[in-house]
Design a protein around this ligand. Structure first.
Ligand code: DAH
Length: 345
């Protein structure tokens, strides 16, 4: 290099670049040596004022110095950036050997445990699951089930009215009418689990909201033996092989004959205790042979077709199954209650 000043600048630049420890230091070097106000820029502007014979060499020298400094700076900047990134990553690493924060697992509400089990039992017998609305019309909730206006059976099922014709269904039985309507005269074998509502004063055994599983079978040649066998199998699967059922005659407007079904008390084996109120039996559901009026009103020839139906309270089954003392516990979501039903791992 012929020009001493340029050689000096280059030397100093090398020292400064070498001494840079951070990206900020190198940015300062860039500013000092390559910016518009740098000594090198000042020297570039001299080129034009030199005599032509010196101009070319001096110009080349300035250019060379500039590009040498520039590449030294960029190289160093890259190194520093990589170092800084590595340091940052090292500082931010996660210590995967730390124990995790423990989560408290919830428990499935026993209501759902029992509901799912009940559904499984009936699916195993060839039933399919049907659905229906919770906001019902008077027609489906009462009239198509042989409960006309002013029928005394309506007293037992007071409910929440939306308006004169719509109400919250008092039982899952209206799904019988919906299903018959859709099946247009064809055989039926369905269950329908769902929420039901009645105006009630809530206490340990009453709730204004509860749930039922409805069952309906319609076909040629169905008799009460089919109903009994179906419910017996259900009771044994649900409560144990040793349980016996008993059919008591009862009354529902939509079945004839109507029955109430009891299981023998597991607590006393039938001798009579507090749980069965001394009777040896506990009522679990209502059912019967579908009333010919219901078949006819819903599009079936009652001479040719017959059917059976039943309605089971889901909470009632869960209460009996687990010995739960208060129906309200199903809806309160108290974790102390739910934890008792947590599956052991
Ligand atoms: N719907 C009745 C109730 O809620 C229960 C019931 C009884 C359903 C007899 C039926 C039946 O399907 O056949 O009290």
């Amino acid at each position: 290099m012929k020009n001493e000043k340029l050689a000096q600048i280059l030397e100093q630049a090398k020292l400064d670049i070498e001494a840079s420890k951070t990206s900020e230091d190198i940015a300062n070097c860039r500013n000092k040596y390559l910016a518009k106000k740098s000594e090198l820029s000042a020297m570039s502007s001299l080129i034009g004022s030199l005599p032509p014979e010196e101009r070319k060499d001096f110009g080349a020298e300035v250019f060379q110095t500039k590009s040498q400094i520039s590449s030294l700076i960029e190289e160093k900047a890259k190194d520093l950036q990589a170092q800084e990134l590595a340091a940052k990553l090292a500082k931010e690493t996660i210590d995967i050997s730390l124990p995790g924060r423990s989560l408290t697992p919830g428990g499935k509400n026993p209501f759902h445990v029992v509901k799912d089990e009940m559904i499984d039992i009936f699916l195993g017998m060839g039933f399919t699951v049907a659905d229906g609305p919770e906001v019902e019309t008077d027609k489906y909730n009462f009239e198509l089930l042989n409960i006309p206006q002013d029928h005394p059976a309506r007293d037992m099922q007071d409910t929440f009215y939306i308006n004169d014709t719509e109400l919250l269904r008092t039982h899952t039985s209206p799904v019988q009418a919906h299903t018959m309507e859709k099946a247009v005269g064809k055989p039926i074998r369905i269950i329908c689990p769902g929420k039901t509502y009645r105006r009630d004063d809530d206490d340990a055994t009453h709730s204004h909201q509860f749930a039922q599983i409805e069952g309906l079978v319609v076909d040629k040649g169905i008799n009460i033996g089919h109903l009994k066998a179906t419910l017996e199998l259900f009771a044994k699967k649900m409560f144990g092989e040793k349980r016996e059922i008993r059919l008591r005659s009862s009354y529902f407007p939509f079945t004839e004959p109507s029955v109430e079904v009891d299981i023998n008390c597991a607590n006393c084996g039938g001798k009579g205790c507090n749980m069965c109120k001394g009777t040896g039996y506990i009522e679990i559901l209502g059912g019967g042979m579908v009333h010919p009026n219901v078949l006819t009103m819903n599009g079936y020839d009652a001479e040719e077709y017959s059917g059976f139906a039943f309605g089971i309270g889901i909470e009632r089954v869960a209460i009996l199954r687990y010995g739960i003392d208060d129906i309200r516990r199903f809806y309160q979501n108290d974790v102390r209650f739910l934890h008792q039903f947590r599956k052991k791992a």
